[in-house]
Design a protein around this ligand. Sequence first.
Ligand code: ZN
Length: 328
Amino acid sequence: MGSLFSRNTTPVYRNRTNQPKNYSGVTPKIYRCKYHDYVHYNEPWTDKLTGVEYKAGYYDEDGNFYEDVVFSKQGVVSDSTTAVCKCDYCGMEDSRPWPDREKPCIHCGGTMHLVSQIDTLVDDENDSSGSYSYDDSYSRGKSSASSAIYLLIVGMLFFSLFSGIIDTYHENQRETYYNPSSFQSNSFDSKDYSDNYSDSYSNSYNIPTLGDYMFLKEEGKGFVLTDEADYKDNFENGGYKHLSLDSDGNYYDASTDMYVWLNQDIDPPQFQYWLEGLSSEYGDYGWMEYDSIEECWYIETSNENWEKLDDATYEKFQDRLWHIEYEF
Ligand SMILES: [Zn+2]
């Protein structure tokens, strides 16, 4: 294994300018590649002297930032490499194995594009990366600040993990208690629908055809249903929403953490909304409806008891409350 010995020779790195400063996390590594040399910083940090905030990730010799870099060796990216991908539709980003990079968005089914920069490692050995050598100013004053940041990061990780568990718990609760929702998932299937309802009932309303996705366009004080072609042509201009159908028969809007479904079990049919953080306060209940005539929200606080959303609650959540205007 001659390559083991070549590690001891000092690699020639490109001259570095415009570099981030005063990092206090674990020693960053440098990756010498065909196009750039990348220094990888494991944690985000703030330069205490200048107040500049730096993101975790890769910085090349000119100080350009990359969220992620995929390293190929002799033109081949190993299957065990992870890549960062982003959905063209809903904007969700994830980290996934390299071979899965073209698989559709797990959230909405949209097409994904690669966020990671791709570059070829110059060295051939398994670990071609060296530790980035720091001048004294980088390691000075490390102890207290870095442990504080470390605790903060651990705390944040713990919190996000914990709130994830809580979310899942609420999700499960909702699935368990909110039976009409699971019932609704059947009625999206037209066959089941006609089995359960007489034709005269289903024909008496202007029921929109909803598929796996709901496309919405901002209009007036709310949103109106639109189609995929309109969405594709115009979503980049803003004012559009793209919601995917989940297994419970609800359409989910990630930007507001709100679910909507079309309740056809009531007369007239209604779009009903579930806003995480508000609806979830009501246990088995908490679904909401928007009254377009009164221009206000109602929330089901207990069985068939609908209360007008009070002003204070509305103001607290108004940034995340949106509704669909539709004539049934
Ligand atoms: Zn997506």
